[in-house]
Structures are given as structure tokens and as C-alpha cells.
Ligand binder design. Structure first.
Ligand code: PLP
Length: 375
């Protein structure tokens, strides 16, 4: 199988599965228990927190484990809205956020909040000035993702964070950095909330983390219950998942520089090979080294995905989260109809090879030559 869909989820290395297996079979303690088995597990969880925090480049005390990136996005937006609710009920976000942010915004709209959805240009870009201009005296929160999961666009978070106090010193800044973990110094971006998820870096599915910065005061928990995570995120800690998250972060950090060099070279190679194919065009100017969005303009993307799948090649039509529905991200670019219809996303991991890109190019060429385009 040729797996070119790392932005959907990354394969789990053996060492990660082993770390989880060891916890599941040899360390059954609940970190809240007050005898040695529990106290030992509490210590382990804190040491895994240190490792994951190192991957974000933030202090461990600022990091809270969640069940996934989706939970982190929901929690961050609701906590920011709650903290500033007396100052204003306006939120600024973008039309190309992950559904975890957009659907939370839609819920907040139903609860009386006003949300401004900023549109990117045709390349998927948004400037810091565009975001800052939308901030008003009643803007409680700004939520802008760091790396777009469909286009690979990297948004100017640092510039947004730097300019925000002049527009409104109380506005809190959230970034969904799920596609940027271990690549960017997330704890140093200047955001008040940073969402990450383990399964995009080779950790297990079902575990994530939220960074809460020093300007976040008495954050309202999303899950109420026991006093876990300093009373901010109730629920018995998912110890095996946390161990797997830490192991994946450790592996990615150990190879960060060579992985980045490999991915940058591989993406350049993929662009050269794929954009030379007839009717293939680049979609967006995404700078992230692991995501490349292209269109076989005129050939419906779900047919391409199915055809490649039958040849053992996994790519996605937009984002896997959309499950066959047209992508809101591609719609926001307002591309010509034929280009928008044929968008596929290729995303790479440290183990992806040029030979796999070549195989994908051959399969796309066959699809182009043998299948009918749309009218
Ligand atoms: N945000 C982005 C940018 C993503 O790519 C994803 C996953 O596809 C998520 C959030 C959701 O993360 P999770 O699958 O851990 O809920």
C-alpha cells in the first residue's frame, strides 16, 4: 500500500504501540489513587506531559490532555468566549478552519454570539492585517489555524499575536495547530490557546492536548467532574494514549531536522512530477512541507480517490473529515468549477519515498487517459 494521507492520520510506529502496550499490561494504576500504584502512574503522566510539552516548546504546567484535537478546539473557543463574555460577544475566525472550530462557532451563534468568518484569497492566503482589521472593541476571541489541513497554508500567527493588543488588549487568541505539531514552536507563537492532537504525528487516535497561556484566567472546563488536570478537564487520564502521545512526540523531536529536510525535498519533487502531468494544477500556495493540494481539473475527485484506492494508493479528496461532502475549504477559494471538482490532497510523512510519488503520478496519468472528465 502507498499511503499519501498523513494529514488525515499518521501510521503508528512500533515503539509507540509498545509504549502503550506496556502501560496497558504492566501499569494499571489510576493517577488519582493515593497508594503507590496510583502515585507511580501520576508521576509517569507528569513525565509524559513534559515530553509532549517539549514538542510544543512550552512549560508542562501549561499543557492539559484532552481526548482529541476536536475537544481542544471546542474547549478553547468556549473558554475564551466565557472569559470575555462581559466585554463582548464577537468572535473572528476564518472560513477555512477545521469543522471542530466552525461548528463550535455555529453553536455559539445559536447562543447569541456574532462570528465574522474571514475569506482567504484564491491561493488560500490570509494576511495578519486582514485578521486584525476585523477585531473590534467587543471581540472576545480570535481563532485562526496555524496550518490548513487541506491546503498546507501556514497562517501568520506570530504577526496576529503581535498586532492583537493594539486592536484590543483583552481579545484572546486561539490557534488550531494540529497540523503544525513538532514543526513550529507552538508555545512561543503568542497564542493564548493552542490545540494539538497525537494521531497526526504517529501517536494513537483519541488523545490530544490544549496549551493554556498565562492570559487565560480560571478557564471554564468543557467536561465537569473529578479534579483531574488541575480541575480543568475531568475524566480519568487516558494513560496508555498519553504514553503513546509522548513516545510519538519523542520520536518526531529526535528526527525533526532530518524529517523536515526530507519532507521539503519530497514536496518539491512531488510538485515537479505531478504538475508536469496534463491538466494537473496546484491548488493554493501552501508552504507546509507535508501537504500538497492539486487538482486534475475536470476529473471528479472522488472518482480519482476511488481509482487510486483500487490500485493501493491512499490520497484524500479534500479533508477526510468531510466524508465525501464538498469541502468548505475548497469552496472558500472560489476556484473555477472544473478545478474545484478535481482537488485531491497528498500528504507525506517521514517514511514517504520518491518512488511512491512516481507510482501516484503514473496512476493519475492513467486516470486522466482512461476516465472521462466531467462535462
Ligand atoms: N484540526 C485540524 C487542522 C485537523 O486536521 C484535525 C484532524 O483532522 C482536527 C483539528 C481534529 O483532530 P482530532 O481528529 O484529533 O479530533
Amino acid at each position: 500500500m502507498i499511503y499519501l494521507d498523513h494529514a488525515a492520520t499518521a501510521p503508528v510506529p512500533r515503539a509507540v504501540a509498545d509504549a502503550m502496550y506496556e502501560v496497558l499490561t504492566a501499569h494499571c494504576g489510576n493517577p488519582s489513587s493515593q497508594y503507590s500504584l496510583g502515585l507511580d502512574m501520576k508521576k509517569r503522566v507528569e513525565s509524559w506531559r513534559e515530553t509532549v510539552a517539549a514538542a510544543l516548546d512550552c512549560p508542562a504546567r501549561n499543557l492539559y490532555f484532552t481526548s482529541c484535537g476536536t475537544e481542544g478546539d471546542n474547549w478553547a473557543l468556549r473558554a475564551a468566549a466565557w472569559q470575555n463574555r462581559r466585554m463582548g460577544t464577537h468572535i473572528v475566525t476564518t472560513a477555512v478552519e477545521h469543522s471542530a472550530v466552525l461548528e463550535t462557532c455555529r453553536q455559539l451563534e445559536q447562543e447569541g454570539w456574532e462570528v465574522t468568518y474571514l475569506s482567504p484569497d484564491r491561493e488560500g492566503n490570509l494576511s495578519a492585517a486582514q485578521v486584525l482589521e476585523a477585531v473590534r472593541p467587543d471581540t472576545a476571541a480570535v481563532s485562526v489555524m496555524l496550518v490548513n489541513n487541506e491546503l498546507g497554508t501556514v497562517y501568520p500567527l506570530e504577526a496576529i499575536a503581535q498586532g492583537l493588543p493594539a486592536r484590543n488588549p483583552k481579545t484572546l487568541l486561539h490557534t488550531d495547530a494540529v497540523q503544525g505539531l513538532t514543526v513550529f514552536p507552538l508555545g512561543k507563537l503568542g497564542a493564548d490557546f493552542v490545540t494539538v492532537s497525537a494521531h497526526k504525528i504517529g501517536g494513537p487516535k483519541g488523545i490530544g492536548a490544549l496549551y493554556l497561556g498565562p492570559r487565560v484566567r480560571n478557564p471554564r472546563p468543557l467536561l465537569a467532574g473529578g479534579g483531574q488536570e488541575h480541575g480543568l478537564r475531568a475524566g480519568t487520564e487516558a494513560t496508555a494514549q498519553i504514553a503513546g502521545f509522548a513516545k510519538a512526540a519523542e520520536l518526531r523531536l529526535a528526527h525533526r531536522n532530518e524529517d523536515q529536510a526530507h519532507l521539503t525535498a519530497l514536496k518539491a519533487y512531488a510538485e515537479t512530477v505531478l504538475l508536469a502531468l496534463p491538466d494537473v494544477v496546484r491548488v493554493g500556495s501552501g508552504a507546509a512541507s507535508h501537504i500538497l493540494s492539486i487538482s486534475l481539473a475536470g476529473w471528479p475527485s472522488q472518482n480519482i480517490v476511488n481509482d487510486l484506492d483500487s490500485q493501493g494508493i491512499c490520497v484524500s479528496a479534500g479533508s477526510a473529515c468531510h466524508q465525501g461532502k464538498p469541502s468548505h475549504v475548497i469552496a472558500a477559494l472560489k476556484l473555477p468549477k472544473r478545478t474545484a471538482a478535481g482537488v485531491i490532497r497528498l500528504s507525506f510523512g517521514p517514511e514517504t519515498t520518491e518512488a511512491e510519488i512516481d507510482a501516484c503520478a503514473r496512476a493519475l496519468r492513467r486516470h486522466h487517459d482512461q476516465r472521462m472528465p466531467m462535462l
